[in-house]
Design a protein around this ligand. Structure first.
Ligand code: NDP
Length: 246
């Protein structure tokens, strides 16, 4: 059931996170939004509350453990608990390895890998203590299959896949009833391509997304489906993309 669940969403200032926050709030969840851009967070939060939903936000850099912990604290003080974390913040600086964009490699690891780990570290003690909770993470089709240009980005998303599966297995072993779901989106029209600095990669991805891209609302629907399942039911993985995309 979604109604009344307290859901933290990272990367909620645009794209998939924003669409998910709006949908879950419409379905009765109480949403806690995190990202770095305050103006966007404020705007989304305001629109949700004006429409009768319940939302709050905190400026959050997922690379900082203390920011992730503060989001969990906010969920508890604003809404009295925590039921779900949707670890979705990410960047996609695709480029061939030969471009040696080493600063971007570091940034992708910091945000897409360490950001997810910090999110888990912040939520897990609460979930373990209450013997209930749900962790949902956004991987990518680049976390299932290798693509030229996605050596580092794809690697961060393979990491997420492994991490989530291990979390599921360990929770089952430890009897903590933590549900996990990993989402593998293909081409979804968001601001993500804006972070590609390598010219040829940006052009190729732009063409791909112009041809195939679909709305982030489609991912929001899948996240809602995962949350909506009965507590004894875990839907583990979803690959979601445009029907004609190869
Ligand atoms: P957007 O660029 O629209 O959203 C990315 C979000 O991540 C923004 O809200 C951004 O907010 C946030 N973010 C980035 N860095 C940080 C940080 N250090 N701390 C906190 N928040 C951060 O793109 P999407 O919605 O598409 O991306 C969401 C997820 O989906 C990503 O993990 C991406 O890899 C994944 N994905 C997307 C696909 C697509 O086709 N769009 C395909 C496969 C996976 P801010 O800048 O305000 O901090």
């Amino acid at each position: 059931m979604i109604q009344d669940k307290v859901v933290i969403i990272t990367g909620a200032s645009s794209g998939i996170g924003e669409a998910t926050a709006r949908l879950l709030a419409r379905r009765g969840a109480r949403v806690v939004l995190g990202a770095r851009r305050e103006a966007q967070l404020q705007h989304v939060t305001q629109e949700i509350t004006q429409a009768g939903g319940q939302a709050t936000y905190r400026v959050t850099d997922v690379t900082r453990p203390e920011d992730n912990a503060a989001l969990v604290d906010l969920a508890k003080t604003a809404f009295g608990g925590l039921d779900v974390v949707f670890l979705n913040a990410g960047i996609m600086p695709t480029a061939p390895l030969s471009a040696l964009n080493t600063a971007e490699w570091q940034q992708a690891v910091d945000i897409n890998v360490m950001g997810v780990l910090h999110g888990i570290a912040a939520a897990l003690p609460t979930f373990t203590a209450q013997q209930r909770g749900q962790v949902i993470a956004t991987s990518s089709v680049a976390g299932l299959k290798s693509y030229p240009g996605a050596g580092v980005y794809g690697g961060t998303k393979w990491f997420v896949r492994n991490l989530m599966e291990v979390l599921r297995l360990e929770s089952a072993q430890e009897g903590t009833n933590i549900r996990t779901a990993t989402i593998y989106p293909a081409a979804i029209n968001t601001e993500l391509l804006g972070g590609i600095t390598h010219g040829a990669s940006a052009q190729a991805m732009g063409a791909l997304y112009r041809q195939y891209g679909i709305s982030p609302d489609r991912i929001a629907q899948v996240v809602a489906f995962a949350i909506d399942q009965p507590e004894d039911t875990n839907v583990t993985e979803f690959t979601v993309g445009p029907t004609p995309q190869p």
